[in-house]
Design a protein around this ligand. Structure first.
Ligand code: ADP
Length: 308
């Protein structure tokens, strides 16, 4: 006989968060288009034909149109050399009509995001992958932030979930999700534990956390019986299993244990793409500043707000 659920689990859906971000982006992109003649433009660059990358591009394309951002997809053949990729990035860096560049993953094994990122103009780096933006983020300076973890923060803020002073665990330490998520929550005064593949007792760490953020690419990694009762669970996992997409959290088992959790699909995903749109608009605004004034840095979202 199972006990009654002790907690009513709130679903933190991404749609209303994305809608709020979209409204702000539309207002800013109209300002750019109508008053300054600038069409904020994002290029997604992909090498090869990976289905997950192309599915992500499809969702970016649909979302950008709704946020007033132009999208162009560029696909290079899977045989593209590192030099060929760097040349393509250099051409995008030099194109004044392109404000943001997102390199879609995964790439063929002979290429690496780290090498590509070394060559991307930090002013166009709308997913915060360049050493400049990653470094600036870690130093607490204005930067273009990685869209997925920034979306997780936007989601928590939208639903009024406190970060300050809470014990948080981040599972995964990738450069684009786990590591920046740990930094962003530290910046917001959470006490953060970073877990990864080599963590000895993941269940122990998770059981202590008030906020659990998971980006491990491992379906079902986090179960309700691992959680502290009343924890908030942010699931960044996107695992394609046959025709369905599931997260890193075993959704059924967290119901009645977690205070709140982000469903997959429909949780963090829609917010990620809207952060990408607002980063592209911020990059377009930053491109207008004179080289002297610009100080070679992109505007932070708070600075963008001050402009609009
Ligand atoms: P993503 O792009 O979603 O962040 P990556 O594949 O780049 O995913 O990184 C996966 C991260 O998840 C790595 O930091 C890895 O250590 C962590 N991870 C993967 N499997 C486990 C696991 N079973 N337990 C804890 N951490 C894990």
């Amino acid at each position: 006989m199972s006990a009654d659920p002790v907690t009513e689990t709130q679903l933190l859906r991404g749609a209303p968060v994305a809608a709020a971000l979209r409204a702000r982006s539309l207002a800013s992109s109209s300002l750019l288009r109508d008053n300054l003649g600038v069409v904020p433009t994002l290029v997604t660059l992909h090498v090869g034909a990976d289905p997950a990358a192309l599915a992500y591009r499809g969702s970016i394309e649909r979302s950008m149109a709704k946020a007033g951002v132009e999208h162009r997809g560029i696909t290079l053949p899977p045989t593209t050399s590192a030099e060929g990729l760097i040349d393509a990035i250099a051409a995008l860096n030099a194109d004044p009509l392109v404000h943001g560049v997102l390199i879609l993953m995964p790439m063929p094994p002979h290429l690496s995001l780290e090498i590509a990122a070394e060559h991307l103009d930090p002013m166009k780096d709308v997913d915060g992958v360049t050493p400049t933006n990653a470094g600036r983020l870690h130093l607490g300076l204005p930067a273009l932030r990685p869209s997925t973890p920034q979306g997780g923060i936007e989601l928590l803020d939208h639903y009024g979930i406190e970060i300050d002073g809470r014990d948080a665990v981040v599972i995964g330490r990738s450069n684009i999700v786990g590591k920046p998520m740990a930094t962003l929550m530290t910046m917001r005064n959470a006490t953060v534990t970073s877990c990864h593949r080599k963590t000895v007792d993941l269940a122990h760490h998770v059981s202590q956390a008030e906020v659990v953020a998971v980006a491990a690419g491992c379906p079902g990694l986090i179960r309700g019986d691992m959680l502290r009762e009343g924890a908030v669970v942010i699931d960044f996992g996107i695992n394609v299993i046959g025709d369905t997409i599931i997260g890193d959290v075993d959704a059924a088992s967290v119901m009645g244990v977690a205070a709140a959790y982000t469903p997959v699909p429909g949780g963090t995903g829609p917010v990620t793409v809207m952060v990408l749109a607002s980063n592209t608009i911020a990059a377009a605004f930053a491109s207008l500043a004179s080289p002297v004034e610009a100080d070679r840095r992109p505007l932070a979202p708070s600075e963008l707000d001050a402009l609009s």
